[in-house]
Design a binder for this molecule. Structure first.
Ligand code: UDP
Length: 485
């Protein structure tokens, strides 16, 4: 177990300076002190499986900063292991909660699952005191609560970031595998009502994930700054060599021969003046990257057969490019499937003809440098004409909220979390079935050729995020819950 230190960042008054955020911050400041008072003398421990990549690592630092500014004692710890068997079983649990996989779990799976948690226990006991509150995120550290409670008088909350809005054989199997750990938890937190299990519904709160509008991932970037980040990342060509020299952490990119290259002067892939369609996620089959690439190819091929080559929408589609971004597998420790999924995508990319290859970029983002990663994601989301989240399943897609905050039009699948975040035709577009390639292609085509509508969706989307999905309402819900467990 490793304690993660967080960097300094925006202060409460920085948020209050924004009139659209002021109302939420003011009501936060009015309500929250009563909860903070009840938490006096206790430390809140956030525990998860990774300090970089994914929604949990994205949200925890901002939550901690704001809570600390309010006087709450809060710390973050990450379980450590290089046990492949552990991550295999936890990834199968993760997929099964989304209804995917064979749903076969046996008692022998508990061995690596509990073994790694047991190895991490001592470090937790070294710092966690009686009376503290422990929030365990997602399935990886789930068995820890019972182990901790044998030695410490603590309250434990399980925060599940994933879920499926229906139950099937696979979800029933995984929940029955996890059932023995439920009794060790005082409370549960899910993102949506649909994910709540009936047997624990009396002990459950709903807290949807939220973004920090002033973090490096979401703060405003002036256009020149945005372009310079993309140049430095090797995504846009520049005639100014000093811009390249300023670049610290080169983004690696998949080259046409399937190797990972570092592009200094990417004359084969200039995004500038191009409408780019982007999806940024972990390399996970459930993120629907492959289907998105197929739909993009389908759209391009259909467009190439058109005879009205002077039409504006023909040109927009012809010019468009697809950027798929995800963590460089060099820096991912908790997801054994990531490298495999990336390999499948590279194989598909290599099977495409050279012209189409030039229109697609597979980018490996520098997760080892969180600030750099955040700024590149920020710039890409701002620069994109459409941000897609084509998830087969999604508990809640933070990426969609991030793009909505930036007023970038989103195209999402009908996965439960995304349906909750986006209103079709109002704050974005929903393509119900992420595996229906022609419909997904048609949805992209529609968006590329209806700019006015997109502007409206982007504007509405930002308002929706301000009203519902900024970190203040989220932290208020957390503090209310933590002070009561
Ligand atoms: N992300 C990132 N770099 C990457 C891939 C993802 O910073 O290469 C971030 C993304 O911007 C978002 C989070 O990781 O903040 C993913 O959260 P989401 O809820 O979309 O999906 P999860 O990974 O939790 O399933």
């Amino acid at each position: 177990m490793r304690k993660i230190e967080i960097k300094t960042g925006p202060k409460l008054e920085d948020y209050q300076a924004y009139s659209s955020l002021r109302g939420t911050v003011d009501s936060f400041l009015e309500t929250v002190p009563q909860y903070v008072e009840k938490l006096k003398g206790k430390t809140i421990w956030m525990i998860n499986s990774t300090a970089t990549g994914g929604g949990v690592a994205e949200m925890v630092p901002s939550q901690m900063r704001i809570m600390r500014a309010m006087g709450v004692s809060i710390e973050w710890m990450v379980i450590e292991t290089d046990d492949v068997e552990f991550f295999n079983i936890t990834k199968r649990i993760h997929n099964a909660i989304h209804g995917s996989g064979d749903g076969k779990f046996s008692e022998s799976d508990r061995d690596p699952y509990e073994r790694v948690n047991r190895h991490n226990l001592q470090q937790a006991l070294d710092v966690i005191q009686d009376g503290d509150v422990v929030v365990i995120h997602d399935p990886q550290p789930m068995p820890l609560a019972g182990m901790l409670k044998k030695h410490r008088d603590v309250r434990c909350v399980w925060r599940c970031h994933i879920g499926l809005d229906e139950s099937n054989e696979v979800t029933r199997a995984v929940w029955s595998f996890l059932q023995p750990y439920f009794g060790d938890y005082d409370h549960f937190v899910f993102s949506l009502q649909e994910y709540v299990l009936p047997e624990i519904s009396g002990r459950t709160a709903l807290i949807p994930p939220a973004i920090d509008p002033l973090s490096h991932k979401n703060r405003m970037l002036q256009m020149h700054k945005c372009l310079s980040i993309l140049v430095q990342a090797g995504l846009i060509e520049s005639r100014e060599p000093r811009l390249y020299n300023a670049y610290k952490h080169q983004v690696r990119r998949v080259m046409p021969d399937g190797s990972f290259g570092q592009v200094n002067h990417p004359d084969d892939f200039q995004l500038i003046y191009r409408p780019i369609i982007t999806e940024i996620s972990r390399w996970d089959r459930l993120k629907g990257f492959k289907q998105l690439m197929e739909a993009f190819v389908y759209m391009k091929e259909t467009n190439a057969r058109r005879t009205d080559k002077d039409a504006l929408d023909y040109k927009r589609i012809h010019m468009s490019r697809l950027v798929l971004g995800g963590p460089d597998p060099l820096f991912v420790t908790d997801d054994p499937e990531g490298a495999e999924v990336l390999k499948e995508l590279i194989e598909y990319y290599q099977s495409l003809d050279g012209e189409i290859q030039k229109d697609i970029a597979l980018m490996l983002l520098p997760l080892d440098n969180p600030k750099e990663n955040a700024l590149i994601v920020n710039a890409l989301q701002r620069y994109s004409v459409i941000v897609v989240q084509n998830s087969i399943q999604e508990g809640f897609g933070l990426t969609a909220t991030e793009a909505m905050w930036k007023r970038t039009p989103v195209l999402v699948s009908g996965a439960a979390g995304l349906k909750f975040q986006v209103n079709h035709g109002e704050t974005g577009s929903i393509n119900p079935d992420p595996t229906d390639i022609p419909r997904l292609a048609a949805a992209m085509e529609y968006m590329l050729s209806h700019q006015k509508e997109l502007d409206k969706w982007g504007f509405n989307a930002q308002t929706r995020v301000v009203e519902r999905f900024t970190l203040f309402s989220q932290i208020e819900s957390w503090l209310r819950l933590l002070s009561a467990v």
